[in-house]
Design a protein around this ligand. Structure first.
Ligand code: 13P
Length: 254
């Protein structure tokens, strides 16, 4: 049995005042007895504030990116040990916005994944195809390549304490969600791909779906057997939407 996870990727949104209000509301409304892991990913500069705000520790904090280097003369970069030091538990690597706008390739993403692990963070590896790739029936080959880049560098053991997120690029921020069947098909493919290396790791691995998840579609997506949670963008900025997604995840039994 895999414990569902709901992760809120805030991207480049918020301010001290709005974050504080959002976190207070999320902490108040996510019930302590819900059998799920809840993680928020604010922008770097607000991470320490978020950790302080969430001092009960029921809701964990993660970063949206990490440097592939462990430290040194890398102006503007933030290393995994620093993120761990301020109280982060998770870090997102390979988000499609970073692949697209910051030209991060599979090798750099795998190096970031390795740096996260070395610094004591749990990576959340994002994979997903563009619309053109889906239409060209390349979905499986694209997500397989993105996952194998990490396995080639770290072995399948890299996934023993990591999280995988399937985020079809065409569904991110577009309001166009993958159908539950489309999501399930790719999640099952990813699990079997990892299972070909190690069945036990594949069985325990949480695979989140991301791409226009909201209160209105969370339950049907999360009901799919290989969908173990959600990586939520826009809807994570509304405490009420986020609470409803967490409630849907806590009701899932598979
Ligand atoms: P949206 O939920 O806004 O589509 O964003 C998804 C996402 O990119 C989460 O990482």
């Amino acid at each position: 049995m895999r414990r569902p996870m709901v992760a809120g990727n805030w991207k480049m949104h918020g301010s001290k005042a709005t974050n504080q209000a959002l976190l207070a509301e999320v902490e108040r409304s996510v019930r302590p007895d819900w059998p799920i892991d809840v993680v928020v990913f604010p922008p770097y500069v607000y991470l320490a504030d978020a950790v302080r705000e969430l001092e009960e520790g029921r809701i964990l904090v993660g970063a949206q990116d990490v440097c592939a280097e462990s430290g040194g003369a890398f102006t503007g970069q933030v290393g995994a040990a620093m993120l761990k030091d301020v109280g982060c538990t998770y870090v997102i690597v390979g988000h499609s916005e970073r692949r697209r706008w910051y030209h991060e390739d599979d090798t750099l993403v795998a190096r970031k994944f390795a740096a996260a692990m070395a610094g004591g963070l749990k990576p959340v590896l994002c994979v997903g195809e563009t619309l053109e790739e889906r239409e060209a029936k390349q979905t499986e080959s694209v997500v397989a390549r993105q996952v194998e880049a990490v396995i080639n560098m770290l072995g399948v053991g890299g996934f023993a304490d990591a999280v995988l997120a399937y985020e079809p690029v065409w569904a991110i921020g577009t309001g166009r969600t993958a159908t539950p069947e489309q999501a399930q098909a790719v999640h099952a493919f990813l699990r079997s791909r990892i299972g070909a290396h190690d069945a036990k790791i594949a069985g325990h691995l949480r695979i989140l779906y991301g791409g226009s998840v909201k209160a209105g579609n969370a339950a049907e997506l999360l009901a799919m057997p290989d969908v173990d949670g959600g990586l939520v963008g826009g809807a994570s900025l509304s405490a009420d939407e986020f609470r409803q997604i967490c409630a849907a995840a806590s009701a899932v039994r598979h």
